[in-house]
Design a binder for this molecule. Structure first.
Ligand SMILES: C[C@](O)(CO)[C@H](O)COP(=O)(O)OP(=O)(O)OC[C@H]1O[C@@H](n2ccc(N)nc2=O)[C@H](O)[C@@H]1O
Ligand SMILES: Nc1ncnc2c1ncn2[C@@H]1O[C@H](COP(=O)(O)OP(=O)(O)OP(=O)(O)O)[C@@H](O)[C@H]1O
Length: 325
């Protein structure tokens, strides 16, 4: 049976304002998301049985990721923080089930998920996995011109999912301005290549929990200045206009995040902030060289206990490799 392989990327929210609370339990957001080269690995195989099977493992190994985070993964024990659900609470399983229902597909899928992106980090890892899974499924079944249906499935799975879908013409943007609850996307065509240092502090945060702590601002900040600087590739003005409205509510739940932000700031990552609802933080580096040097320095200061990576902007949807049966 046909196999599809791809490498779903994570995202960072470079700008995130929340202008209003809605009646349906969601919030209106005004955000600029950029995809980065911190990636999971996804392999999807079509199988004759009418079910979805999923296995998930950490890459390069659970011991190695646990070691960086200062967690014990001895004797085959997977630390709580690194447990990835393989039932229908995994967004990949939910997205593929919705795909089968939408298109009346009778056959099933076997999925192998290799995780590198931490969960509950605000990096959209599960969302990206889900979006790429339905893109893979559409390619396996050779469904053309289905981008609207895929977009519908994606937004039913989660607000961040549509960002990671391939666009109709496959020219996936590296960044997008997202509004509504996150599903209304305007691709940003001229995304400057930016380098970041990203830090995940070995604690996850629940997105719903962070939104629940938010006080919606009376005078929301517009993304206009950030967007203008971003389109011009003006790093300095971009840095001045970056913000994340979810920082304050996330800090109410996890005050220790302040120390991590302070460490990034002290290393010269100015500005630095949370991505999405946290718990991961990131800082804008001047270039790849500075980002590498800062990671080296932080590794000695912060590890074990914090996952640290240099990251760079990449297209939000990654090409899919098809291995015919
Ligand atoms: C924080 C962000 O990552 C920024 O990109 C997103 O807004 C979150 O998107 P997501 O993880 O895909 O969130 P969803 O799975 O759609 O929603 C999870 C929960 O977060 C809250 N939520 C999410 C998105 C939104 N625009 N308003 C909300 O209030 C709701 O309580 C919702 O029940
Ligand atoms: N494919 C998946 N990979 C990792 N975690 C998953 C996956 N599917 C479901 N989950 C569960 O979803 C929860 C949140 O994971 P996710 O990676 O979406 O968080 P996040 O990085 O905060 O995302 P977002 O930025 O969209 O809020 C975790 O508790 C995890 O157990």
């Amino acid at each position: 049976m046909t196999i599809a392989r791809t490498s779903p990327p994570a995202k960072l929210n470079l700008f995130l304002e929340i202008p209003a609370r809605r009646d349906d339990g969601y919030h209106e957001i005004d955000t600029v998301m950029a995809a980065i080269d911190w990636r999971d690995e996804l392999e999807i195989e079509s199988i004759p049985q009418p079910r979805i099977e999923l296995t998930a493992d950490w890459l390069p190994s659970v011991e190695s990721v646990a070691g960086e985070l200062g967690l014990d993964a001895g004797a085959g024990r997977v630390p709580e923080l690194l447990r990835i659900p393989t039932d229908d609470s995994n967004l990949v399983v939910r997205a593929l089930a919705a795909f089968r229902a939408s298109f009346g597909v009778k056959t099933g899928f076997r999925v192998r998920l290799g995780k590198r992106i931490p969960a509950g980090a605000g990096m959209g890892g599960a969302s990206s996995d889900a979006a790429h899974a339905i893109d893979c499924a559409a390619q396996i079944h050779q469904f053309d011109n289905v981008s609207e249906v895929l977009h519908g499935i994606a937004s039913s799975i989660g607000s961040d999912v549509p960002f990671f879908l391939a666009t109709a013409d496959s020219q996936s943007p590296m960044a997008a301005h997202a509004t509504g609850r996150g599903e209304l996307l305007s691709p940003l065509k001229t995304c400057p290549s930016i380098h970041f240092v990203v830090a995940y502090p070995s604690t996850s945060l629940s997105t719903a929990g962070v939104y629940a702590q938010l006080n919606v601002p009376q005078q929301p900040v517009s993304s206009a200045s950030f967007l203008q600087a971003f389109r011009r590739g003006d790093r300095e003005r971009m840095g001045k206009a970056m913000m994340n409205r979810l920082t304050e509510p996330a800090l109410k739940i996890l005050p220790q995040l302040n120390e991590l932000l302070e460490s990034l700031w002290q290393c010269g990552l100015q500005p630095c902030q949370l991505t999405g609802s946290g718990s991961a933080c990131f800082g804008l580096a001047k270039d790849a060289e500075q980002a590498k040097e800062i990671v080296k320095r932080l590794e000695t200061e912060l590890q074990p206990g914090v996952l640290l990576r240099v990251a760079q902007t990449v297209p939000a949807a990654t090409p899919i490799e098809i291995e015919p049966s």
